[in-house]
Design a protein around this ligand. Structure first.
Ligand code: DGP
Length: 114
């Protein structure tokens, strides 16, 4: 999608620190990390948010979680654990309108997520 910053990252029009890529998924380090490891995992297909998911998109969600496990292994946080967050819509605090999964790790997370 033309004006989407994450589509521009996918198309390599904007540089990013990529940690994982396959035909359908890209993962790169968040520009404003809130944990020692903060990676954004996104589908290459432009899907605006979780609420825009169509039936045909369901398979990609499973693949994203598979990629998250691979990245967690790469980053050395699989054993100690990590947190995955998806912000959705205005109340969910979603700023970038391209579905993305925050993978957070490398420190002990607090009990509060809101
Ligand atoms: P959210 O609030 O869930 O929409 O989070 C969007 C995240 O995207 C936020 O943590 C900062 C990150 N971000 C925004 N623009 C860029 C960018 O150009 N490059 C990278 N690497 N991250 C970005």
């Amino acid at each position: 999608m033309e004006d989407c910053i994450f589509c521009k990252i996918i198309n390599k029009e904007i540089p990013s620190n990529i940690v994982y890529e396959d035909d359908e998924i890209l993962a790169f380090r968040d520009i404003h990390p809130v944990a020692p490891i903060h990676v954004l995992v996104i589908p290459k297909k432009h899907i605006t948010s979780l609420v825009e998911l169509e039936k045909e998109d369901e398979a990609i969600i499973g693949k994203i979680y598979g990629a998250i496990n691979k990245i967690a292994t790469q980053e050395g946080i699989l054993e100690k654990g990590f947190r995955v967050i998806v912000n959705c819509g205005e109340d969910g605090g979603q700023e970038v309108k391209h579905l993305h999964f925050h993978l957070l790790g490398g420190k002990k997370m607090g009990p509060k997520i809101a």
